[in-house]
Design a protein around this ligand. Structure first.
Ligand code: IFM
Length: 453
């Protein structure tokens, strides 16, 4: 295989999210989140597990930071648990939660690892859910206050800020089909939830601009702000016009419904018409779209596979059903389709020429520790290699791609799949919480050192 090199300064990173790794769910004054509540509700998580302990990163973070330093990663994307800082969503600050993130950020900077901080990776304070959660417009205002606090507290030490991770999942899976927290099936409110998430993003961007952050590192660029969207390509199962239209609708719901408001200040007309027939109408107040479309500095793209869609009127939301993958899959059942990276980046570029980052890319496979103590995850190495090659292809075709973040640093709590899906470069033994580098971690260390594959 020929070698592939990346532009100088390309940001090689790893990614995690608070609920998936931290544990310590009720320690040091942390408030309950909607994921705590969902996981404590019997029957909601495939293997009956919870994130109560998860990877115990809350206590073992020095070891995890040391691991990243040894791997040579340039950036670490993690999220702040909102209820760790504001146990009930606002007003009362919990200083022990603030200290935890302050120490983590300082340790990363000491190792020359850039912190990339996501403000919302789905763990809403339960106290806000009790007042309607994201159906209630007030939650967007509370989010802006929390964001403002985070900017003013940690801002100068964080070069890249992300308002939301995959608002699509928070809206459709949290409030639509109920598989994710808060586990509601309120299809008529889903678009309003999505709208309030986007509105809260725009309000946070306003707070960010008002905070006028300056880099703590002399000569380094000042902190920047963006959002992370899930952008997966949607392909029709056949050339039949019904399937083509089905793929357009699912692309509309998953991708365009978020890209268009952020970059064009409006929702896609075809999707508004489609959803109106299903009595799904977002509650938009005058001025909201301008707030949502406020200029940002970069866009993060999470992409893992493609979806092949067939028309199916029984589907509640888009009238489309995913057909079986057309090739080998990961343990999640997701087709291994490296071109998803290229197609997702091209899709993003059709909306913006802002710098882009692949903020998540990775795969779960079934694996265990070999008798010799190693974990020979050749399938993950092949996956990452082929997906990274697609990043290079996009750069060659003019995409301003600035970085690539492997999901995930370590095996962790995969939401409603519990601990059954291992995405990590590092193996987590959930009994002892011992971490063991998989072969892919060593491989990634070499990729970073050589700035290429
Ligand atoms: O684990 C998730 C992450 O929290 C959001 N993006 C997709 C990952 C894999 O499913």
């Amino acid at each position: 295989m020929t070698s592939i090199h990346f532009p100088d300064g390309f940001l090689w990173g790893t990614a995690t999210a608070a609920y998936q790794i931290e544990g310590a769910w009720d320690e040091d004054g942390k408030g309950e989140s909607i994921w705590d509540r969902l996981c404590h509700t019997p029957g909601m998580i495939a293997d009956g597990s919870t994130g109560d302990v998860a990877c115990d990163h809350y206590h073992r973070w020095p070891e995890d930071v040391a691991s990243m330093a040894a791997m040579g990663v340039k950036a670490y994307r993690f999220s702040i648990a909102w209820p760790r800082i504001f146990p009930t969503g606002g007003v009362q600050v919990e200083p022990r939660g603030v200290d935890f993130y302050r120490r983590l950020i300082a340790a990363l900077r000491e190792q020359d690892i850039q912190p990339v901080v996501t403000l919302y990776h789905w763990d809403l304070p339960q106290a806000l859910q009790d007042r309607g959660g994201w159906i209630n417009r007030d939650t967007a205002l509370r989010f802006a206050e929390y964001a403002d606090f985070a900017f003013r507290t940690f801002g100068n030490d964080v070069p890249l800020w992300v308002t939301h991770n995959e608002p699509l999942i928070a809206a459709f899976f949290g409030y639509g089909n109920g598989t994710n927290a808060p586990g509601l099936r309120r299809s008529r409110d889903v678009l309003t939830v999505g709208h309030h998430l986007l509105l809260s993003h725009g309000l946070a961007v306003q707070a960010f601009r008002a905070a006028r952050l300056r880099s703590a590192t002399p000569g380094a660029p000042d902190p920047r702000i963006g959002i992370v969207l899930m952008i997966w390509p949607h392909h029709p199962a056949s050339r039949h016009p019904r399937d083509v239209a089905a793929a357009q609708r699912s692309d509309g719901a998953m991708n365009r419904l978020f890209l268009e408001p952020l970059f064009h200040g409006r929702y896609p007309d075809d999707m508004l018409r489609h959803f109106r027939r299903r009595l799904m109408v977002p509650r938009v107040a005058p001025g909201d779209m301008e707030i949502i479309a406020a200029p940002i500095d970069f866009l993060g793209v999470n992409t893992y596979t493609r979806l092949i869609q067939r028309a199916d009127p029984r589907d509640l939301f888009v009238g489309a059903r995913q057909v079986d993958p057309r090739g080998p899959t990961t343990a999640m059942g997701w087709e291994i389709y490296p071109s998803c990276i290229y197609e997702a980046l091209m899709k993003a570029r059709a909306y913006t020429d802002l710098p882009l980052y692949i903020t998540e890319s990775g795969a779960a496979f079934e694996e265990r520790i070999d008798p010799d103590g190693g974990i020979a995850d050749a399938d993950r190495i092949a996956y990452l290699r082929d997906h990274i090659a697609q990043c290079r292809r996009a750069i060659q075709d003019g995409v301003d791609l600035r970085g690539y973040f492997v999901w995930s640093l370590l095996d962790n709590f995969e939401w409603n799949h519990g601990f059954s899906q291992r995405f990590g470069l590092i193996f987590t033994d959930y009994g002892t919480l011992k971490r063991t580098w998989k072969r892919s971690a060593y491989w990634y260390r070499d990729v970073i050192a050589e700035n290429g594959v």
